[in-house]
Design a protein around this ligand. Structure first.
Ligand code: MEV
Length: 317
């Protein structure tokens, strides 16, 4: 009997602590209301037939994972971890790729959720199961990006706002009126390259780096208090403080700085979100100033949009 299953996974926005989280500091991340849907269907020919906007091809599950292209390797990894005998996997996404909004982790989580349901149908959709989806999805992400802190997959799976440190997380209730404004620089980045650059700074300038790491951890801890106090302007000021630390890491550039300048005039504060070098900025806003922030960024020639904090990954009925 053929089985099929669809699973949705949101993109993510790192509010505080990107890069520093790789080195053990706390980060604060949220899921967004845009994401990826993976639909899979069983077959038994030992082939994972992937259909996606980036690449469509047949992956031979028993062949070495390294023989598969970088784009399809995470899916190959998932099929192998689940002892899958074959499947058709269709991926649809409305998250821009290489922009720091968690497109690759959302693909890993959505594919892991959907393939787990058809390859291991006895696994129930409960919290124990979501831990195994985390393991499968993070393993897949690390098949192409071994340094991943796991923060992106955790935010995608659990939804809302989470604080995350060294593999453990805590959920935080988002302030009702909080809105985020995202603006995309249109400059695509490679997360591994940016993380490698920061790692080099950690090695070559250990004194400066550990001071920045301690400051970043303090910023994230303050952010958690401000989330529970629903202090959205305070979160904006903290975003600007976090941005000063990211500037010191050397992951910013003139385009991102110009976008931040525009966003800061209307929102409570803004910063790079994700690996930097390009990608997106996030402005902390609420129901009163989100539209003015989007309009100002759009008038400045940037691709800007409002996002709400989204739910975690889960099956689609
Ligand atoms: C990438 O979305 C976030 C980084 O902190 C890397 C990571 O957490 O693995 C830059």
């Amino acid at each position: 009997m053929t089985m099929s299953f669809a699973y949705a996974a949101p993109g993510k926005v790192i509010l505080f602590g990107e890069h520093f989280v790789v080195h053990g500091a706390r980060a604060v991340i949220c899921a967004m209301d845009q994401g990826v849907v993976a639909e899979s269907e069983t077959k038994t020919d030992g082939v994972l037939s992937v259909h996606s906007a980036l690449e469509s091809a047949d992956v031979y599950i028993n062949r070495p994972i390294q023989s598969t292209s970088r784009i399809l390797r995470p899916f190959h990894h998932i099929a192998r971890s689940l002892d899958c005998n074959g499947a058709t996997l269709r991926i649809r996404s409305d998250i821009p790729v290489g922009s720091g909004l968690g497109s690759s982790s959302a693909c890993c989580v959505a594919a892991a959720g959907s393939l787990t349901a058809i390859c291991m149908p006895d696994t129930g959709m409960n919290s124990t199961e979501s831990i195994s989806i985390m393991d499968v999805a993070l393993g897949a992400e690390r098949s192409v990006y071994p340094d991943s802190s796991g923060a992106d997959c955790a935010a995608c799976i659990h939804g809302g706002i989470i604080s995350y440190m060294r593999g453990s997380f805590k959920t935080e209730a988002p302030p009702d009126d909080m809105r985020l404004v995202i603006a995309d620089s249109g400059i695509r980045h490679d997360t591994s390259k940016m993380v490698g650059m920061v790692r080099e700074m950690a090695v070559t300038k250990p004194g400066i780096f550990s001071a920045l790491l301690a400051d970043a951890d303090t910023v994230s801890s303050k952010a958690i208090q401000l989330v529970s106090a629903c202090d959205i302007p305070g979160l904006g000021r903290l975003a600007s403080e976090n941005q000063r630390l990211l500037e010191r890491l050397g992951i910013s550039n003139d385009t991102l700085r110009q976008m931040i300048q525009v966003a800061d005039k209307h929102s409570y504060g803004s910063k790079i979100t994700g690996a930097g070098g390009g990608g997106c900025i996030v402005a902390i806003a609420d129901i009163y100033n989100a539209k003015a922030t989007v309009d100002a960024l759009t008038a400045g020639g940037y691709d800007a949009f409002e996002v709400r904090i989204g739910r975690g990954a889960g099956p689609i009925n």
